[in-house]
Write a protein that binds this ligand. Structure first.
Ligand code: HAM
Length: 436
Protein backbone atom coordinates (compact mmCIF):
# COMPACT_ATOMS: atom_id res chain seq x y z
CA UNK A 1 0.00 0.00 0.00
CA UNK A 2 1.21 3.54 -0.70
CA UNK A 3 2.20 5.78 2.19
CA UNK A 4 -0.72 7.86 3.45
CA UNK A 5 -0.15 11.57 2.86
CA UNK A 6 -1.01 14.14 5.50
CA UNK A 7 -1.18 17.92 5.82
CA UNK A 8 2.00 19.88 6.53
CA UNK A 9 2.77 20.29 10.25
CA UNK A 10 1.25 23.52 11.58
CA UNK A 11 -1.01 23.91 8.52
CA UNK A 12 -4.47 22.71 9.40
CA UNK A 13 -7.53 21.57 7.51
CA UNK A 14 -10.71 23.38 8.47
CA UNK A 15 -13.39 20.71 8.51
CA UNK A 16 -17.14 21.20 7.94
CA UNK A 17 -17.89 21.09 11.67
CA UNK A 18 -15.84 24.31 12.08
CA UNK A 19 -16.36 26.14 8.80
CA UNK A 20 -19.84 27.31 9.81
CA UNK A 21 -18.54 29.16 12.89
CA UNK A 22 -15.65 30.55 10.82
CA UNK A 23 -18.05 31.91 8.19
CA UNK A 24 -20.30 33.45 10.83
CA UNK A 25 -17.36 35.25 12.47
CA UNK A 26 -15.92 36.33 9.11
CA UNK A 27 -19.27 37.91 8.23
CA UNK A 28 -19.51 39.73 11.56
CA UNK A 29 -15.97 41.12 11.28
CA UNK A 30 -16.52 42.29 7.68
CA UNK A 31 -19.79 43.92 8.73
CA UNK A 32 -18.01 45.96 11.43
CA UNK A 33 -15.18 46.99 9.07
CA UNK A 34 -17.72 48.27 6.53
CA UNK A 35 -19.47 50.32 9.24
CA UNK A 36 -16.27 52.36 9.67
CA UNK A 37 -15.76 52.99 5.96
CA UNK A 38 -12.97 50.49 5.27
CA UNK A 39 -12.68 48.94 1.80
CA UNK A 40 -11.36 45.48 1.00
CA UNK A 41 -7.98 44.91 -0.65
CA UNK A 42 -6.61 41.54 -1.82
CA UNK A 43 -2.89 41.19 -2.45
CA UNK A 44 -0.91 38.11 -3.61
CA UNK A 45 0.16 35.40 -1.15
CA UNK A 46 3.71 35.52 -2.55
CA UNK A 47 5.81 38.69 -2.58
CA UNK A 48 9.48 39.49 -3.12
CA UNK A 49 11.60 38.49 -0.11
CA UNK A 50 13.08 41.98 -0.09
CA UNK A 51 9.70 43.54 0.74
CA UNK A 52 9.51 41.74 4.08
CA UNK A 53 13.23 42.09 4.86
CA UNK A 54 13.03 45.84 4.41
CA UNK A 55 9.50 46.28 5.77
CA UNK A 56 9.50 44.08 8.87
CA UNK A 57 13.22 44.53 9.66
CA UNK A 58 16.21 42.17 9.33
CA UNK A 59 16.65 41.68 13.09
CA UNK A 60 13.21 40.30 13.90
CA UNK A 61 12.14 36.72 14.62
CA UNK A 62 9.98 36.73 11.50
CA UNK A 63 12.74 37.68 9.07
CA UNK A 64 15.56 35.89 10.88
CA UNK A 65 13.93 32.50 11.23
CA UNK A 66 10.28 32.25 10.27
CA UNK A 67 9.90 33.10 6.59
CA UNK A 68 9.05 30.54 3.94
CA UNK A 69 11.44 31.89 1.31
CA UNK A 70 12.46 30.18 -1.91
CA UNK A 71 14.09 30.88 -5.22
CA UNK A 72 11.85 30.77 -8.25
CA UNK A 73 13.99 28.47 -10.39
CA UNK A 74 12.45 29.76 -13.58
CA UNK A 75 13.91 33.26 -13.20
CA UNK A 76 16.06 33.24 -10.05
CA UNK A 77 13.79 35.63 -8.06
CA UNK A 78 13.81 35.33 -4.28
CA UNK A 79 10.19 35.00 -3.13
CA UNK A 80 8.44 34.62 0.23
CA UNK A 81 5.03 33.39 1.37
CA UNK A 82 3.68 36.45 3.17
CA UNK A 83 4.29 36.21 6.95
CA UNK A 84 2.01 39.26 7.46
CA UNK A 85 0.19 41.65 5.16
CA UNK A 86 1.00 45.20 6.26
CA UNK A 87 4.12 45.47 4.11
CA UNK A 88 2.27 44.01 1.11
CA UNK A 89 -0.71 46.36 1.49
CA UNK A 90 1.70 49.31 1.79
CA UNK A 91 3.41 48.08 -1.38
CA UNK A 92 0.07 47.97 -3.20
CA UNK A 93 -0.87 51.45 -1.96
CA UNK A 94 2.37 52.86 -3.40
CA UNK A 95 2.26 50.80 -6.60
CA UNK A 96 -1.30 51.88 -7.44
CA UNK A 97 -1.08 55.34 -5.88
CA UNK A 98 -4.19 54.59 -3.82
CA UNK A 99 -3.89 57.79 -1.76
CA UNK A 100 -3.92 60.09 -4.82
CA UNK A 101 -7.22 61.66 -3.70
CA UNK A 102 -6.70 61.60 0.05
CA UNK A 103 -6.42 59.13 2.93
CA UNK A 104 -7.38 55.50 2.38
CA UNK A 105 -8.92 52.95 4.74
CA UNK A 106 -8.33 49.33 3.74
CA UNK A 107 -9.06 45.88 5.17
CA UNK A 108 -7.88 42.41 4.21
CA UNK A 109 -8.41 38.82 5.21
CA UNK A 110 -6.39 35.76 4.39
CA UNK A 111 -3.70 33.22 5.21
CA UNK A 112 -0.22 34.16 6.46
CA UNK A 113 2.78 31.84 6.81
CA UNK A 114 5.42 31.69 9.55
CA UNK A 115 7.76 28.79 10.23
CA UNK A 116 7.19 28.78 14.01
CA UNK A 117 7.07 25.83 16.41
CA UNK A 118 3.41 24.78 16.24
CA UNK A 119 1.39 24.80 19.47
CA UNK A 120 -2.03 26.00 20.63
CA UNK A 121 -2.65 29.38 18.97
CA UNK A 122 0.56 29.24 16.95
CA UNK A 123 0.47 27.74 13.48
CA UNK A 124 2.59 27.82 10.35
CA UNK A 125 -0.38 28.79 8.22
CA UNK A 126 -2.88 31.03 10.03
CA UNK A 127 -5.47 33.61 9.04
CA UNK A 128 -5.53 37.30 9.79
CA UNK A 129 -8.14 39.99 9.47
CA UNK A 130 -6.36 43.33 9.20
CA UNK A 131 -7.08 47.04 8.87
CA UNK A 132 -4.66 49.57 7.45
CA UNK A 133 -5.39 53.32 7.29
CA UNK A 134 -3.03 55.45 5.18
CA UNK A 135 -2.62 59.22 5.32
CA UNK A 136 -3.92 59.85 8.86
CA UNK A 137 -1.52 61.65 11.25
CA UNK A 138 -3.49 62.25 14.42
CA UNK A 139 -4.53 59.98 17.27
CA UNK A 140 -8.14 60.13 15.98
CA UNK A 141 -7.64 57.24 13.55
CA UNK A 142 -5.98 55.25 16.35
CA UNK A 143 -8.89 55.92 18.69
CA UNK A 144 -11.40 55.03 15.98
CA UNK A 145 -9.69 51.69 15.26
CA UNK A 146 -9.63 50.88 18.97
CA UNK A 147 -13.34 51.81 19.20
CA UNK A 148 -13.94 49.48 16.25
CA UNK A 149 -12.14 46.58 17.92
CA UNK A 150 -13.98 47.25 21.16
CA UNK A 151 -17.29 47.20 19.27
CA UNK A 152 -16.26 43.98 17.55
CA UNK A 153 -15.66 42.28 20.90
CA UNK A 154 -19.20 43.27 21.91
CA UNK A 155 -20.56 41.99 18.59
CA UNK A 156 -18.90 38.65 19.30
CA UNK A 157 -20.39 38.46 22.79
CA UNK A 158 -17.20 39.29 24.73
CA UNK A 159 -18.51 41.29 27.66
CA UNK A 160 -17.39 41.44 31.29
CA UNK A 161 -15.09 38.52 32.10
CA UNK A 162 -14.96 37.49 28.44
CA UNK A 163 -13.54 40.85 27.41
CA UNK A 164 -9.94 40.85 26.10
CA UNK A 165 -7.70 43.44 27.76
CA UNK A 166 -5.94 46.25 25.95
CA UNK A 167 -2.25 47.10 26.44
CA UNK A 168 -0.74 50.25 24.98
CA UNK A 169 2.71 51.72 24.59
CA UNK A 170 4.22 54.75 22.91
CA UNK A 171 7.46 54.09 21.01
CA UNK A 172 8.08 57.79 20.26
CA UNK A 173 9.71 59.18 17.12
CA UNK A 174 12.78 57.80 15.31
CA UNK A 175 15.01 60.38 17.04
CA UNK A 176 13.60 59.58 20.48
CA UNK A 177 14.08 55.87 19.85
CA UNK A 178 17.74 56.40 18.87
CA UNK A 179 18.40 57.94 22.29
CA UNK A 180 16.34 55.25 24.01
CA UNK A 181 18.17 52.46 22.17
CA UNK A 182 21.49 53.95 23.26
CA UNK A 183 20.38 53.95 26.89
CA UNK A 184 19.09 50.39 26.57
CA UNK A 185 22.36 49.19 25.01
CA UNK A 186 24.40 50.81 27.79
CA UNK A 187 22.15 49.22 30.43
CA UNK A 188 22.16 45.69 28.95
CA UNK A 189 25.93 45.87 28.27
CA UNK A 190 26.43 46.16 32.03
CA UNK A 191 24.68 42.79 32.38
CA UNK A 192 26.00 41.16 29.22
CA UNK A 193 26.93 37.95 31.04
CA UNK A 194 23.28 37.50 32.10
CA UNK A 195 21.89 37.89 28.58
CA UNK A 196 20.66 34.86 26.62
CA UNK A 197 22.11 34.21 23.16
CA UNK A 198 19.26 35.88 21.29
CA UNK A 199 19.55 39.03 23.39
CA UNK A 200 23.36 39.16 23.02
CA UNK A 201 22.91 39.09 19.25
CA UNK A 202 20.21 41.76 19.38
CA UNK A 203 22.10 44.05 21.74
CA UNK A 204 24.19 45.40 18.94
CA UNK A 205 21.62 45.95 16.20
CA UNK A 206 18.20 46.05 17.82
CA UNK A 207 18.18 46.31 21.63
CA UNK A 208 14.42 47.07 21.68
CA UNK A 209 13.86 43.45 20.65
CA UNK A 210 15.32 42.33 23.99
CA UNK A 211 12.25 43.81 25.72
CA UNK A 212 10.17 41.39 23.64
CA UNK A 213 12.03 38.34 25.02
CA UNK A 214 9.83 35.48 26.18
CA UNK A 215 12.70 34.00 28.24
CA UNK A 216 11.59 34.10 31.90
CA UNK A 217 15.24 34.24 33.06
CA UNK A 218 15.48 37.67 31.44
CA UNK A 219 12.34 39.01 33.13
CA UNK A 220 13.95 40.86 36.08
CA UNK A 221 16.65 42.39 33.94
CA UNK A 222 14.04 43.69 31.51
CA UNK A 223 11.83 44.97 34.34
CA UNK A 224 14.60 47.23 35.63
CA UNK A 225 15.72 48.49 32.21
CA UNK A 226 15.29 52.15 31.15
CA UNK A 227 11.73 53.06 30.13
CA UNK A 228 10.76 54.67 26.81
CA UNK A 229 8.46 57.07 28.68
CA UNK A 230 11.56 58.91 29.94
CA UNK A 231 12.74 59.55 26.38
CA UNK A 232 9.53 60.86 24.83
CA UNK A 233 9.42 64.48 23.63
CA UNK A 234 6.55 66.95 23.95
CA UNK A 235 4.83 65.94 20.69
CA UNK A 236 4.86 62.22 21.44
CA UNK A 237 3.55 62.79 24.97
CA UNK A 238 0.77 65.01 23.64
CA UNK A 239 -0.16 62.46 20.95
CA UNK A 240 -0.37 59.74 23.55
CA UNK A 241 -2.39 61.89 25.96
CA UNK A 242 -4.92 62.75 23.26
CA UNK A 243 -5.34 59.07 22.37
CA UNK A 244 -5.79 57.94 25.96
CA UNK A 245 -8.32 60.72 26.56
CA UNK A 246 -10.45 59.39 23.70
CA UNK A 247 -10.30 55.92 25.27
CA UNK A 248 -11.30 57.25 28.68
CA UNK A 249 -14.15 59.23 27.09
CA UNK A 250 -15.62 55.93 25.87
CA UNK A 251 -14.72 54.00 29.04
CA UNK A 252 -12.34 51.68 27.23
CA UNK A 253 -9.99 50.20 29.79
CA UNK A 254 -6.30 49.89 28.98
CA UNK A 255 -2.98 49.25 30.67
CA UNK A 256 0.18 51.09 29.73
CA UNK A 257 2.99 48.54 29.18
CA UNK A 258 6.40 50.08 28.48
CA UNK A 259 7.81 46.67 27.46
CA UNK A 260 5.32 46.31 24.62
CA UNK A 261 7.49 46.75 21.51
CA UNK A 262 5.79 44.26 19.10
CA UNK A 263 7.67 41.76 16.95
CA UNK A 264 7.96 43.94 13.84
CA UNK A 265 10.28 46.91 13.36
CA UNK A 266 8.07 49.30 11.42
CA UNK A 267 6.25 50.87 14.37
CA UNK A 268 6.53 54.39 15.84
CA UNK A 269 4.43 56.23 18.46
CA UNK A 270 1.38 54.10 19.40
CA UNK A 271 1.54 50.30 19.57
CA UNK A 272 -1.10 48.08 21.16
CA UNK A 273 -2.22 44.51 21.78
CA UNK A 274 -5.47 42.94 22.97
CA UNK A 275 -4.95 39.76 24.98
CA UNK A 276 -6.95 37.14 26.83
CA UNK A 277 -5.23 34.96 29.41
CA UNK A 278 -7.56 32.01 28.78
CA UNK A 279 -5.68 31.46 25.51
CA UNK A 280 -2.53 30.42 27.41
CA UNK A 281 0.96 31.18 26.10
CA UNK A 282 -0.28 32.67 22.79
CA UNK A 283 -2.66 35.12 24.42
CA UNK A 284 -2.53 38.03 21.94
CA UNK A 285 -5.57 38.04 19.65
CA UNK A 286 -4.96 41.38 18.04
CA UNK A 287 -1.93 43.64 17.62
CA UNK A 288 -1.01 46.75 15.73
CA UNK A 289 0.18 50.30 15.80
CA UNK A 290 1.40 53.31 13.88
CA UNK A 291 3.96 52.83 11.11
CA UNK A 292 4.67 56.22 9.55
CA UNK A 293 8.04 55.19 8.07
CA UNK A 294 7.13 51.92 6.33
CA UNK A 295 5.90 53.39 3.05
CA UNK A 296 9.17 55.32 2.62
CA UNK A 297 11.26 52.28 3.55
CA UNK A 298 9.64 50.28 0.75
CA UNK A 299 10.22 53.00 -1.83
CA UNK A 300 7.19 55.34 -1.60
CA UNK A 301 6.84 58.93 -0.45
CA UNK A 302 6.46 59.63 3.24
CA UNK A 303 2.94 58.53 4.27
CA UNK A 304 1.54 58.13 7.78
CA UNK A 305 -0.26 54.87 8.56
CA UNK A 306 -1.95 53.01 11.36
CA UNK A 307 -3.37 49.47 11.48
CA UNK A 308 -3.72 46.15 13.21
CA UNK A 309 -4.36 42.46 12.59
CA UNK A 310 -6.51 39.91 14.40
CA UNK A 311 -5.52 36.24 14.43
CA UNK A 312 -8.61 34.26 13.40
CA UNK A 313 -7.52 30.96 14.97
CA UNK A 314 -7.06 32.64 18.36
CA UNK A 315 -10.33 34.53 17.99
CA UNK A 316 -12.23 31.31 17.23
CA UNK A 317 -10.48 29.60 20.15
CA UNK A 318 -11.74 32.37 22.44
CA UNK A 319 -15.27 32.20 21.05
CA UNK A 320 -15.33 28.44 21.53
CA UNK A 321 -13.95 28.76 25.09
CA UNK A 322 -16.79 31.10 26.03
CA UNK A 323 -19.43 29.65 23.74
CA UNK A 324 -20.61 33.19 22.99
CA UNK A 325 -22.06 32.54 19.53
CA UNK A 326 -25.04 30.34 18.73
CA UNK A 327 -25.10 29.34 15.11
CA UNK A 328 -28.00 29.11 12.74
CA UNK A 329 -28.66 25.58 11.47
CA UNK A 330 -27.01 24.73 8.16
CA UNK A 331 -29.81 22.52 6.96
CA UNK A 332 -33.59 22.90 7.19
CA UNK A 333 -34.75 19.51 5.97
CA UNK A 334 -33.23 16.04 5.60
CA UNK A 335 -35.35 13.75 3.39
CA UNK A 336 -35.21 10.00 3.93
CA UNK A 337 -36.96 7.47 1.69
CA UNK A 338 -38.13 3.88 1.57
CA UNK A 339 -37.68 2.43 -1.89
CA UNK A 340 -36.60 3.64 -5.33
CA UNK A 341 -39.78 5.44 -6.34
CA UNK A 342 -39.80 7.39 -3.07
CA UNK A 343 -36.20 8.47 -3.76
CA UNK A 344 -37.17 9.63 -7.26
CA UNK A 345 -40.09 11.62 -5.79
CA UNK A 346 -37.83 13.09 -3.08
CA UNK A 347 -35.26 14.24 -5.63
CA UNK A 348 -37.80 16.07 -7.80
CA UNK A 349 -39.71 17.45 -4.80
CA UNK A 350 -36.55 18.84 -3.18
CA UNK A 351 -35.50 20.57 -6.40
CA UNK A 352 -38.88 22.32 -6.67
CA UNK A 353 -38.94 23.38 -3.02
CA UNK A 354 -35.41 24.84 -3.18
CA UNK A 355 -36.97 27.78 -5.06
CA UNK A 356 -37.98 28.98 -1.58
CA UNK A 357 -34.29 29.01 -0.47
CA UNK A 358 -34.95 26.22 2.04
CA UNK A 359 -31.80 24.16 2.62
CA UNK A 360 -32.56 20.53 1.85
CA UNK A 361 -30.49 17.36 1.70
CA UNK A 362 -31.86 14.17 0.15
CA UNK A 363 -30.47 10.87 1.42
CA UNK A 364 -29.61 9.08 -1.83
CA UNK A 365 -28.23 5.91 -0.27
CA UNK A 366 -29.83 2.49 -0.30
CA UNK A 367 -29.41 2.28 3.48
CA UNK A 368 -32.19 1.10 5.79
CA UNK A 369 -34.60 3.77 7.02
CA UNK A 370 -33.07 3.35 10.50
CA UNK A 371 -29.61 4.25 9.22
CA UNK A 372 -31.01 7.17 7.19
CA UNK A 373 -32.81 8.49 10.29
CA UNK A 374 -29.57 8.27 12.26
CA UNK A 375 -27.80 10.29 9.57
CA UNK A 376 -30.66 12.81 9.61
CA UNK A 377 -30.26 13.46 13.32
CA UNK A 378 -26.50 13.87 12.93
CA UNK A 379 -26.94 16.21 9.94
CA UNK A 380 -27.93 19.19 12.08
CA UNK A 381 -31.16 19.65 10.09
CA UNK A 382 -34.18 21.22 11.77
CA UNK A 383 -36.60 18.66 10.31
CA UNK A 384 -36.48 15.16 8.89
CA UNK A 385 -38.98 13.95 6.28
CA UNK A 386 -39.96 10.35 5.71
CA UNK A 387 -41.18 9.36 2.28
CA UNK A 388 -42.41 5.78 1.89
CA UNK A 389 -45.13 3.90 -0.02
CA UNK A 390 -48.01 5.12 2.17
CA UNK A 391 -46.86 8.75 1.90
CA UNK A 392 -46.53 8.36 -1.89
CA UNK A 393 -50.09 6.98 -2.08
CA UNK A 394 -51.43 9.91 -0.03
CA UNK A 395 -49.27 12.58 -1.75
CA UNK A 396 -47.82 13.69 1.56
CA UNK A 397 -44.68 13.59 3.71
CA UNK A 398 -44.17 12.68 7.34
CA UNK A 399 -42.27 15.58 8.94
CA UNK A 400 -40.57 15.31 12.30
CA UNK A 401 -38.74 18.16 14.09
CA UNK A 402 -35.15 17.42 15.10
CA UNK A 403 -34.67 20.47 17.25
CA UNK A 404 -33.34 19.94 20.77
CA UNK A 405 -36.47 21.70 22.10
CA UNK A 406 -38.48 18.61 21.27
CA UNK A 407 -37.59 15.77 23.59
CA UNK A 408 -39.96 13.29 22.01
CA UNK A 409 -39.43 13.93 18.31
CA UNK A 410 -41.82 11.21 17.22
CA UNK A 411 -44.75 12.62 19.20
CA UNK A 412 -44.40 15.87 17.26
CA UNK A 413 -44.41 14.32 13.81
CA UNK A 414 -47.04 15.38 11.28
CA UNK A 415 -48.24 14.22 7.90
CA UNK A 416 -48.24 17.21 5.54
CA UNK A 417 -49.48 17.30 1.92
CA UNK A 418 -46.50 17.75 -0.44
CA UNK A 419 -47.78 21.08 -1.78
CA UNK A 420 -47.94 22.51 1.77
CA UNK A 421 -44.56 21.27 3.00
CA UNK A 422 -42.62 24.41 2.03
CA UNK A 423 -45.05 26.80 3.78
CA UNK A 424 -45.20 24.54 6.82
CA UNK A 425 -41.40 24.49 7.10
CA UNK A 426 -40.99 28.22 6.53
CA UNK A 427 -43.57 29.04 9.24
CA UNK A 428 -42.17 26.54 11.71
CA UNK A 429 -38.61 27.80 11.18
CA UNK A 430 -39.75 31.40 11.68
CA UNK A 431 -41.48 30.46 14.96
CA UNK A 432 -38.43 28.52 16.15
CA UNK A 433 -36.26 31.57 15.45
CA UNK A 434 -38.66 33.77 17.50
CA UNK A 435 -38.63 31.37 20.44
CA UNK A 436 -34.80 31.48 20.67
P1 HAM B 1 1.40 40.28 14.55
O1 HAM B 1 1.38 40.67 15.99
O2 HAM B 1 2.62 39.60 14.06
O3 HAM B 1 1.14 41.61 13.74
O4 HAM B 1 0.15 39.37 14.23
C1 HAM B 1 -1.15 39.81 14.52
C2 HAM B 1 -1.96 38.67 15.10
O5 HAM B 1 -1.90 37.51 14.24
C3 HAM B 1 -1.44 38.14 16.43
O6 HAM B 1 -1.90 38.95 17.50
C4 HAM B 1 -2.04 36.76 16.48
O7 HAM B 1 -3.38 36.81 16.90
C5 HAM B 1 -1.99 36.34 15.02
N1 HAM B 1 -0.80 35.48 14.77
C6 HAM B 1 0.47 35.86 14.57
N2 HAM B 1 1.27 34.78 14.38
C7 HAM B 1 0.47 33.70 14.46
C8 HAM B 1 0.69 32.29 14.33
N3 HAM B 1 1.89 31.78 14.06
N4 HAM B 1 -0.37 31.45 14.49
C9 HAM B 1 -1.61 31.95 14.76
N5 HAM B 1 -1.87 33.27 14.87
C10 HAM B 1 -0.86 34.13 14.72
C11 HAM B 1 1.10 41.67 12.38
O8 HAM B 1 1.07 40.71 11.65
C12 HAM B 1 1.00 43.08 11.85
N6 HAM B 1 0.95 43.01 10.39
C13 HAM B 1 -0.24 43.76 12.41
C14 HAM B 1 -0.39 45.16 11.91
C15 HAM B 1 -1.22 45.57 10.93
N7 HAM B 1 0.28 46.21 12.32
C16 HAM B 1 -0.10 47.26 11.64
N8 HAM B 1 -1.00 46.88 10.78
Amino acid sequence: MRKKLSAIKGMNDLLPNSTNIWSEIENRVKNIFARYGYEEIRTPIVESTDLFKRGIGEITDIVEKEMYSFVDNLNGDSLTLRPENTAAVARAVVEHNLTYDGPKKLWYYGPMFRHERPQRGRYRQFNQFGLEAFGYDGPEIEAEQLFLINRLWGFLGFNNEYMPSLELNCLGSTEERILYKKALTEYFLKFSKDLDDDSKRRLDKNPLRILDSKNLDMKDLIKDSPKITNFLGKESIEHNERLTKYLRDLNINFKFNTCLVRGLDYYNLTVFEWKHEILGAQSTICGGGRYDNLVKVIGGKSLSAFGFAIGMERLIDLIKSFNTISLKKNLDLYITHIGKSALAKALIFAEQVRDTELKIKVDMSQSSIKTQMKRASLSGASFVAILGDSELDLGCMTLRPLSKNFENFKAHQKSIPLESVADFLLNSLKNMEKEK
